[in-house]
Design a protein around this ligand. Sequence first.
Ligand code: BG6
Length: 367
Amino acid sequence: DAGEHDSFMHKELLEQPACAEAVLRGRLDERFGTGHLGGLNLDARELRAIRRVKILGCGSAYYVGQMGASLIEELARIPADAEAASEFRYRNPIVEPDTLYVAVSQSGETIDTLLAVQEIQRKGGRVIGLVNVVGSAIARQVDGGIYLHSGPEVAVASTKALTNMFLAFGMLAVQLGRVRDLSIADGKRLIAGLTRIPEQIDQVLATEADLALVAKRLAEAESLFFIGRVRGFPVAREGAQKFKEITYRHAEAYQTSELKHGPLALISPEVPTVAIVPDDELVERNVAALHEIAARGGPLVVITHESVDLGDLEGIVAGRIDVPRNERELDPILLTIPLQVLAYHAALELGHDIDKPRNLAKSVTVE
Ligand code: BG6
């Protein structure tokens, strides 16, 4: 049972620092600044031969797959993308021998992901799994992989498994990079960054009381936007997913850059926006977009870093949440944690069954 917690989601949220340590344990090679992922069943030559990476998953696993794709592109400079496994196998997918396919699943039982794996293998493709449940159908089907070591996850809304999916992608991206052009110095920088994440997650979770106050205000809205761009966009998608799953509010994710091409028409004092604004190369553009929203009376909650100067927006934002900085490439997971906490507290405020949202199942095992 959930012990002293009101829900498994809350218990699992708070377990994240310890779970994150578990997925990293024994898999970081600090000397060579690389990952040490024995379960991939791929030697250096095979890793070197990979020309493309295709990531498949459903729901949150798909969104974290998008985060993983951008890690792999940035660190290994291999073209990578993520696709909903539920769509992939219905479009007679092109399967290539020098593509590494990655199936992402907490349960390891999601039928859409399992059938996508089988379709790839039937066409001669190689698939690795990022799976939490040991011995599950996908874990048995794949050609190798990385177990997530999150422990059992009960709440439908994934938290700790999702975080470990991200960390597994981080290690995979560094390892793929280090057999290519990622320098030893960059490798060491990223390995050190990964090592800091458990403690930094703890720091974010320590702000739960502040997040709960912001969540109360968000819970009042019928409709919300979650925005981010490039590395921040999958964060926004995952944030909107979590929010809609357990609060039943309309939460829509958008690229910040696309605001002016459509959704700006919907911005009003009734429609809050949760904006992902890391201190990266896009910060000025992101802050400019916040001005566009503020000018239309849209309430803003900004998930950002302490070093970001919001200027005259500072006095009007409905909530500013600063997360600790890591390496830019690894920041997405730390930006995701407050979104889990916001969704949880908004659902609590609304009195919903947090662990078992209506119409949803933890794993969908039928077509
Ligand atoms: C959905 C769940 O049905 O399956 C989501 O509601 C989950 O929360 C998705 O992310 C994928 O599940 P799994 O087990 O394959 O990661």
